[in-house]
Structures are given as structure tokens and as C-alpha cells.
Design a binder for this molecule. Structure first.
Ligand code: ATP
Ligand code: MG
Length: 299
């Protein structure tokens, strides 16, 4: 892009695994949009932050070319294209700003079920089918193994059956697709999830402040995801046995209860509040336990 821009443009997947959760996350950061007729562009209404709906593979390139300022994309896609860029220019143009906690999967080597797997040296001379040739080649180089990389854009898991390859390197989440094709995962190359990606270079106009505002809200939302506000009553003498049960809580607020010598406590817990924990708190003297969801936080 050229010239100063005063709106921030974020690329997200139009449809697919990351589309819905990406929008939901940005919505919980207070963004709202008006959708264009062709559903490719969403004009930011609550803030000057627009969305471009695209194929996930296009997202790194859109950031590199300055068409979009930020993007929500799998780390696997970002890394694959980053390696290609670094081979060409010897420096990254995009970077991972935040891990977003959804779209979790791993890029793994999977071999036919009959194989007895020992170590990567077995891969020498084999043909490996993948949609991630850069990540795979970089990993093979790191292992000092020479193998053939067969690039396929889809249906990688059937390549061994079709005789196109001996094994595959593909994304795995539950492993059901592999099992259905008589393959088993044997090595993880990278752990992936959806990330917020942006350029290495800083924005030198209003977009810088918009990006910062978004990151601040995002951090609040991500931190609050599993957080709960815990409220309960307890006699003063129970406090020493209650506090050790709240190791993940920020310093609890302790209040006097009007017309009684009991206390009311309020604690923001960042870990998971299980039934077991509530029962332990009750046993240690707490009563009237309330667990409340936290919608947002600005530290
Ligand atoms: P597009 O049409 O946008 O190119 P796609 O088919 O390439 O879509 P999806 O299948 O929607 O992409 O996957 C998007 C991302 O979801 C992947 O790049 C990966 O980061 C993540 N993901 C999580 N679990 C899986 C899985 N089991 N298989 C594939 N991708 C997964
Ligand atoms: Mg894709």
C-alpha cells in the first residue's frame, strides 16, 4: 500500500475452520461491521477496522503486499510462506503477533500402519507427500536426511494408497482421517493454532494506534477466556485455609458483611474453577459460593 491510511484492514478466512472463531474473537473485542453485497469486505462500524474475507493461503501474501495490515491464519500456513520468503529475501516480512487459542492441530509425519517406526534416518530415499514442502524440507535438512518431497495441494492422505508417495506430512487434529486411511502419526514437526499475523515493519500512520488498541483488547479477551469471578462468604478464621485453594487468583478482595462478623470475598481466578475446587472451598469454611463468567478486562 502507499500513502497514510487511517483504517486498519484485517484478513480472515472466508469459510472454513478458522472463519467463525476468528470473527467471534474480533467481535468480542468490540468490533462490528457492515457487510458488502459480495460478502468479501466488511466495513468496520464501531471502529475503523475492516475485514477482508479470503482463502487462508492468501493471507500472508496480502500482508506482505500491504493489501491487508493484519491477518488471522494458521501458524502452519504462516510458517510455510515465511520460509519461502526468507529463502528469497533473507528476512521475514511477517510475524506472529499473538497465538489465539483455536484451530489447534499439528503438522506430523504419518506412515502406513504396517511400518515399524524408529527414527528419521528411515526416511532416507523415501517419497513424502505434503502441502507444506517448505516446512518439511527445512525439517529434513535439519535432520540431515535426504528424501523426496512430493507437493500436493489436497487429499494428501490418499497419496500412499495411490502410490504417489511412501508416507505423508500433513495436519492432524483427532487423527481420524489418518486412521481411515490406514496411516499412523509418528513425528510432530510443528504444533499449530490460529495466530494473529502482522508485518515485521511498524505502521507509521493511524493504523499503529488501531493495531495497539486491538492487541490490548485481544489480550484482555484471551486472558479472560478461562477466568471466573468467584464470590463467597467465610468466617474470618477460615481465611488462612481458603487462600491456598486460590493459587491462581489475583489478590482477593475481602469485605465486611453488614450486621454480622463474617466476611465476603471476591477473587478473580485465572485457572479452571472445577466442582471439586468449590467443594474443597466449602469444606474449608466457604459458603454461598458464586462463580461468574468474566466478559472482558482492561488491565
Ligand atoms: P481455504 O478455502 O481458506 O483455503 P482450507 O481448506 O485451506 O481453506 P481449512 O481446512 O479450513 O483450510 O483449515 C484452516 C486451518 O485450520 C489450517 O491451516 C490449520 O491451521 C487449522 N486446522 C485445525 N485442525 C485442522 C485439521 N484437522 N486439518 C486441517 N487444518 C486444521
Ligand atoms: Mg487453504
Amino acid at each position: 500500500g502507499s500513502g497514510a491510511r487511517d483504517r486498519l484492514r484485517i484478513a480472515i478466512q472466508k469459510s472454513g475452520r478458522l472463519a467463525e472463531p476468528a470473527r467471534a474473537l474480533l467481535t468480542s473485542c468490540g468490533l462490528s461491521w457492515r457487510e458488502s453485497r459480495d460478502r468479501l469486505f466488511c466495513y468496520g462500524e464501531s471502529l475503523p477496522i475492516d475485514l477482508l474475507l479470503v482463502r487462508d493461503d492468501d493471507i500472508p501474501g496480502l500482508i506482505r503486499d500491504g493489501v491487508c495490515d493484519l491477518g488471522v491464519v494458521g501458524r502452519n500456513v504462516l510458517l510455510e510462506q515465511d520460509i519461502a520468503v526468507r529463502r528469497e529475501r533473507e528476512a521475514s516480512v511477517f510475524r506472529e503477533l499473538r497465538a489465539l487459542g483455536f484451530g489447534g492441530c499439528r503438522l506430523a509425519l504419518a506412515v502406513p500402519e504396517g511400518w515399524e517406526w524408529r527414527d528419521p534416518s528411515q526416511l532416507a530415499g523415501k517419497r513424502i507427500a505434503t502441502s507444506y514442502p517448505q516446512i518439511l524440507q527445512q525439517w529434513l535438512d535439519g535432520q540431515g536426511v535426504q528424501a523426496g518431497v512430493v507437493e500436493l495441494s489436497g487429499s494428501v492422505e490418499i497419496a500412499p494408497k495411490l502410490g504417489q508417495a511412501d508416507l505423508i506430512c500433513d495436519l492432524v487434529s483427532s487423527g481420524a482421517t489418518l486412521a481411515a486411511n490406514q496411516l499412523k502419526p509418528v513425528m510432530t514437526l510443528i504444533e499449530s493454532e490460529a495466530v494473529l499475523a502482522g508485518p515485521v515493519a511498524a505502521f507509521d500512520d493511524a493504523r499503529g494506534e488501531l493495531a495497539e488498541l486491538l492487541l490490548r483488547r485481544l489480550d484482555g479477551v484471551l486472558r479472560m477466556r478461562h477466568s471466573k469471578l468467584l464470590m463467597f462468604r467465610a468466617p474470618r478464621e477460615a481465611i488462612p485455609s481458603l487462600l491456598p485453594l486460590l493459587p491462581d487468583a489475583e489478590a482477593p478482595t475481602v469485605m465486611q458483611v453488614e450486621g454480622s462478623d463474617g466476611l465476603a470475598l471476591q477473587a478473580l481466578c485465572h485457572g479452571v474453577v472445577t466442582w471439586q475446587r468449590l467443594e474443597e472451598l466449602k469444606q474449608a469454611g466457604a459458603s454461598g459460593l458464586l462463580v461468574l463468567p468474566v466478559e472482558g478486562m482492561l488491565a
